[in-house]
Write a protein that binds this ligand. Sequence first.
Ligand code: CP3
Length: 342
Amino acid sequence: MTQKILEVLSGQVIKPYPVWMMRQAGRHLPEYMKIRETAKDFIDFCFSPDKASEVTLQPVNRYDMDAAILFADILLVPIALGRQVSFIKGKGPVLDPLTVNDISRLDNDLTVLEPVYETVKQVRKRLDPEKTLIGFCGGPWTVATYMIEGQGTPKKEIAKRFAYENVEAMDSLLERIADASAHYLISQAQAGADVLKIFESWAENLSPALFERLVIKPTQRIISKVREAGITQPIIGFPRGGGLNAVRYAYAVKTEGLALGTDVPLSDMRALVGDSLALQGNLDPLALRIGGDTLRKAVQNVLDEIRGPHIFNLGHGVTPDVKIDNVYAVIKHIRTGEADYV
Ligand code: CP3
């Protein structure tokens, strides 16, 4: 029994390209909303293995995606580090902003994450063996931006300033996050995840020196810890918005896959990283929302840009307003070449 995504991550070109979508489990699906309403709040939902495993499987059951992605969140790791995290409807995540003095006092209660591994076990048991289960964590920098700023902001200026002005404290924070994240990934792999992905969603707009310090170094730390623990599952890195820094990431971090945001020309990236690295991406999520001829052209543009081993995905996540029919149409286009968008 072979998984197409594992074949691509071993450097093979598989056609039609295997496909899954970031945030494929979420508010655009009525079956998700039904289960979401039964959970006390989003964090409780993530820590309820029966519910989380059910919604992890929903997009595979509905769309026949080639992968399921574990239903959880990158901001569960700050909870294990003792920070207050809540998800406010219409606003997103809210955390208690971290100060320099808090860093040496961070907790390290990794047992709170255990329900997530139970979700992984339940999903792997129920998922078709030819489908891949993807586990994940946040990139240390992305997680740190939420811990420092207390919420998502467009420019991450507070977190960047913190990194410039408090070098030792910042480096120690990134190490703490990296160590907890490595443990989180190792445990997911041991519970049955087939692939691990590191979501560095806020890799944009960093100078090469900051990118090296805030993204590459802590990610290398995660990967060496995961490998030292004997975990052999392939890893996909996602330095979203990193531009040419993503090329340095590809060479320095040595993941088996490199996921790309919407801004990267896939054929140029292929020329820069060589033939064997699996790439993943990078349809514009906005085109998926718009549909019709806009979507047809956007999917075709991505298909035309692909060179070498590739996993089809979006450049970022599915948004709640995406129409189910558009998702079906994209998958059909990739698999059959038929482009009947409405
Ligand atoms: O299909 C999947 O991708 C499932 C699992 C998943 C979620 N979050 C579920 C989720 C994954 C891989 C994530 C990662 C994540 N979480 C990232 C990195 C990827 C990215 O999207 O950039 C980030 C930055 C977060 C932090 C986070 N979690 C934010 C900013 C939000 C609010 C955004 C929103 O849409 O409201 C969340 C909540 C969240 N995580 C939802 C889901 C399905 C929506 C929660 C709901 O049902 O209300």
